[in-house]
Design a protein around this ligand. Sequence first.
Ligand SMILES: NC(=O)c1ccc[n+]([C@@H]2O[C@H](COP(=O)([O-])OP(=O)(O)OC[C@H]3O[C@@H](n4cnc5c(N)ncnc54)[C@H](O)[C@@H]3O)[C@@H](O)[C@H]2O)c1
Length: 364
Amino acid sequence: MLSTVLITGGAGFIGSHLADTLLARGYKVRVLDNLTPEVHGNAARRPERLSDEVELMIGDIRNQQDVRRALKDVDIVFHLAARMGTGQHTYEQAQYTSVNNTGTAVLLQQLIHGGVQKLVVASSMSVYGEGLYKDVHGQLVENVNRSVEQLQQKSWNPVDLEGRPLLACPTSELKQARIHSAYALSKAAQERMCLLAGEAYGIPVVALRFFNVYGMHQMFSNQYTGALTIFAWRLLNDRAPLLFEDGLQQRDFVHVKDAVAACCNAMDMIDSGCSVYNIGSGQSTTYHDVATMLARITGREHIRPEISGKYREGDIRHCFADISKAWKELRYRPQVFPDQGLAEITGWLKEQSTADRFIRFGQN
Ligand SMILES: NC(=O)c1ccc[n+]([C@@H]2O[C@H](COP(=O)([O-])OP(=O)(O)OC[C@H]3O[C@@H](n4cnc5c(N)ncnc54)[C@H](O)[C@@H]3O)[C@@H](O)[C@H]2O)c1
């Protein structure tokens, strides 16, 4: 008999790609998603992008009955449903806490009574806050902060207490969480709740700390990688990408195919126990790099990114993944190079006649 997989939030960006791959691998795929208007628009229609073979249950992760129905006869759960947000703003705190934490609690309460063999939960790089740094002596520094005064002076890079530069280095799972936003707090709590329940009830739980996942069908509003789509869209319309600060913030852009492969490896892994993995590309890339690559790909080399010098409080300067643990234990091997992935995004955007309807969600 075919195994049945439930993807919560499976109508969204990563979930719909995951559904395609699981269907291709012969699984029965069920999705529980409330088609949040901020992601899917007000029409709340089944996304065209979601394969017809997916059994879509429109329901809320916070609703016990919806979750109970969704879990019926399910073997494996991917918990992706979440509300996402940016910066330090707290005006949506109740939403993050409600969906990401209460929703996870409801799922766990229902799941522990059933026959679920594994839970894979989407965690986030946001739990780290700033990434890991080294000081001038080569010592690791975990608790890096940028003061508002520093940002006002446009001194973008973190420094030590004596004002000496710190060097960004890959962030491993061992780095302490450093929570900078209500969203990050909700993701850290979500991850921990799943691991605790897994340990208590003997259900293997794998938490994947996704870095900046990008690819076709991502929203302009996506807090992690929406900027990439906006850059590409602006270039295709002969406008310069706008960069915050000096554009040299380092990130780890990982293609959605690689993120999906990590999900599948987590599902397949025998004796995974309860574990946490960084899922990035293993490379650091700046926003300036991305804007320049996109200008080349779109044939707009003459359009240079515009450095705004503006900043957002709570933004981190640098964070990119050390993926050695996932490489070793999860056999995770990122395959998609940035050039390839960005060319794909650009091709997809060119085909979108309605892409401009999304742009109102974007920051640029
Ligand atoms: N995209 C990234 O770069 C990234 C990075 C780190 C972590 N993550 C995490 O990965 C997961 C998926 O991210 P994504 O980019 O696909 O996001 P997305 O917004 O495209 O998808 C999330 C889905 O969850 C659904 N949802 C929201 N509230 C719900 C509720 N109350 N009940 C049921 N469904 C609900 C939404 O309708 C949406 O379809 C999230 O948990 C996110 O925190 C994503």
